[in-house]
Design a protein around this ligand. Structure first.
Ligand SMILES: [Cu+2]
Length: 179
C-alpha cells in the first residue's frame, strides 16, 4: 500500500503542476464592474467642505418682563438660502419666568411645534422631536445670551420662528424670510 502511494505521488504532482491557471480574464471583469459602481455612486456624495458656504450673522432679542409684555425684537428675520446662520439670541427679561428660546420651523408650523414643545416639558427643553423643527436654541434664562448655528433652508420661502416656552408662542413668533 505504501509502495503504491509512493509510485503514484510523482504523477499526481505532475498533473497538479501542469493544470492551467484558473482565473484568467477575471480581474478585468472585476475592474470594469468596480468602475461602473463608482460612476453610479458619485452623485450621492455630498460636498462636506463648508469653506465656501456664506456665513450670515443674525441677532434677535426677547423683550418685556411680564407675560403680557413679552415679544421678540423683530417680527422678521432674513436669511440667504443655504447660508450658515449664526444667530445670537439675547434674553433681556429680568425676572423668572422670563425664559425664552427661538425655534425655526417649517412654513406655517410655529403653533404646532410650540404646542408639541409644551408637552415635551422642561427636561426636553420644550423642543419636540419633529421634522418641522429646522433649528432650536437652548432656553435662555433672564439676562442670558445663547448662540446657535444652522444652515438656512435651500428652498426660498417664508419660514416661522417661535418661542416654545408654554404659552409664549402667542406673543413670540415671527417669520424667517429665506431668499
Ligand atoms: Cu419666550
Amino acid at each position: 500500500m505504501r509502495n503504491l502511494f509512493a509510485s503514484i505521488l510523482p504523477f499526481m504532482l505532475l498533473l497538479w503542476s501542469c493544470s492551467p491557471p484558473e482565473t484568467e480574464g477575471e480581474p478585468e471583469a472585476t475592474a470594469s464592474g468596480r468602475d461602473t459602481a463608482t460612476a453610479s455612486s458619485a452623485p450621492l456624495v455630498e460636498p462636506k467642505d463648508t469653506t465656501l458656504q456664506e456665513v450670515q450673522h443674525l441677532e434677535l432679542r426677547a423683550l418685556g418682563n411680564t407675560v403680557e409684555e413679552i415679544r421678540y425684537s423683530k417680527d422678521t428675520l432674513e436669511a440667504k438660502a443655504g447660508a450658515l446662520i449664526k444667530l445670537t439670541f439675547i434674553n433681556q427679561g429680568i425676572d423668572m419666568p422670563m425664559v425664552h428660546n427661538v425655534v425655526i420651523t417649517a412654513p406655517g408650523k410655529y403653533k404646532q411645534v410650540a404646542l408639541a414643545g409644551a408637552n415635551v416639558g422642561a427636561s426636553g427643553n420644550y423642543v419636540p422631536d419633529s421634522k418641522a423643527v429646522i433649528a432650536a436654541s437652548p432656553m435662555a434664562l433672564p439676562g442670558q445670551t445663547v448662540e446657535i448655528e444652522f444652515t438656512a433652508p435651500l428652498k426660498p420661502g417664508l419660514y416661522d420662528f417661535v418661542c416654545t416656552y408654554p404659552g409664549y408662542w402667542k406673543r413670540m413668533n415671527g417669520v424667517m424670510i429665506v431668499k
